[in-house]
Write a new protein. Structure first.
Length: 370
């Protein structure tokens, strides 16, 4: 059993939207993986968290003192100017509500603040990778990157820049020069197509894919069938051979995983994703040397699907599927559309607790107003 942090395998986590700290995400991940592994997971792996909230919170401080000035200073991709009106109408800097603490992160990332976020993530990631490089034997140690929700977009944009020299500060253009690659990259509730600020993450031009002599050996793309965030402009690879032409066996390095079990109202949460055996079993198998992959894995997956939290779930699922089928979520393009979509649904997810009828109503509200 590893005892020295420098000799451990490493898991790096990039969080999603909302108020998170390095400590809060570390605790969340540690508790889930420890419960699933059966022993203290930190005895086996070194968990590192990249937190970028400070960039957004600095803007929030400015907004409290000068809301119009703070909003007018934001610029971003096409259609961003429309969102300024939404911000002015709905943003109360003194309120502690969902829009201010969660969805606003997404809006701000699509502005010029996104570049600052990428720089902050690159700075933290560079330091972590240097520490890993200076640690134990690189031939035996593993390093896994995991991103959730907004963090998948942030990670994609930052990693691509770090690989291709996209930062003015050359200290952060170091990814292609490192003598190791990520063992695996987990994308949970992937938003990188929905919120892309430039390069399409499903194109062959992105550096963020499993390729020989690339930045990662394997990629896992995990989405939940009933997660409205992951379903909008879903990350899909339609032709795996075309996306990974360098690989002789591309299906051995790229793994799309669809989850179905619903165990809490906020199906989008990191906890909900990590608690599914299709996620934690594969993750533990990648990162913990002593882990024994369960022989009854298939039974665990089926049991997880069946153990639902509420009798109203069938109603919720039927409503979700009907609405998604009736409205092509691939057509969501503008930031204004994205704002209305996520704000309506995610706000209800947060408030609903165990009342599925409210979550169902949220879907109806979006599709009727869109």
């Amino acid at each position: 059993m590893p005892t020295d942090a420098n000799s451990k395998n490493m898991l790096i986590v990039v969080h999603g939207m909302g108020e998170h700290t390095q400590q809060s995400i570390t605790t969340e991940v540690k508790e889930i993986l420890t419960a699933k592994y059966g022993n203290n997971i930190e005895d086996e792996i070194d968990i590192r968290v990249i937190a970028y909230n400070k960039v957004f919170n600095d803007w929030r401080v400015r907004a409290k003192n000068d809301i119009d000035g703070a909003i007018n200073a934001l610029e971003g991709r096409v259609h961003f100017t429309r969102v300024k009106d939404t911000l002015k109408n709905e943003l109360d800097p003194s309120a502690d509500n969902f829009f201010l603490t969660h969805w606003l992160d997404v809006v701000l990332y699509m502005s010029t603040l996104g570049v600052r976020v990428q720089l902050e993530v690159a700075r933290q990631l560079t330091q972590i990778l240097q520490e890993f490089n200076n640690g134990g034997n690189l031939n035996t140690r593993k390093i896994v990157l995991m991103a959730h929700s907004l963090g998948t977009t942030v990670a994609h944009d930052t990693l691509h820049k770090m690989w291709h020299g996209g930062f003015e500060d050359d200290r952060y253009n170091n990814l292609s020069r490192l003598p190791f690659a990520f063992t695996a990259f987990y994308q949970l509730a992937n938003t990188s197509r929905l919120l892309k600020t430039g390069l399409d993450p499903t194109s062959r031009h992105t550096a963020v894919r499993p390729a020989p002599s690339g930045m990662m050996e394997r990629m896992y793309n995990v989405y939940h069938k009933f997660d409205p965030v992951a379903r909008a402009k879903q990350f899909k690879i339609n032709d795996l051979n075309r996306w990974l032409p360098e690989q002789d066996w591309p299906d051995e390095v790229y793994f799309p995983i669809e989850l179905e079990g619903v165990h809490q109202v906020n199906v989008h949460s990191l906890t909900h994703y990590l608690s599914d055996p299709q996620v934690y079993c594969n993750l533990l198998n990648e990162i913990v040397d002593s882990y024994n992959f369960p022989a009854d894995f298939g039974q665990l997956v089926e049991q997880h699907k069946e153990d639902m939290v509420d009798a109203k779930l069938d109603e919720f699922k039927a409503e979700f599927e009907a609405r998604v089928e009736a409205k092509n979520l691939e057509l969501i393009e503008s930031l204004d559309q994205i704002t209305r979509y996520w704000k309506l649904i995610s706000e209800e997810q947060t408030r609903a607790e165990a009342r599925w009828e409210k979550l169902t109503a949220a879907f109806k509200a979006y599709f009727e107003q869109a």
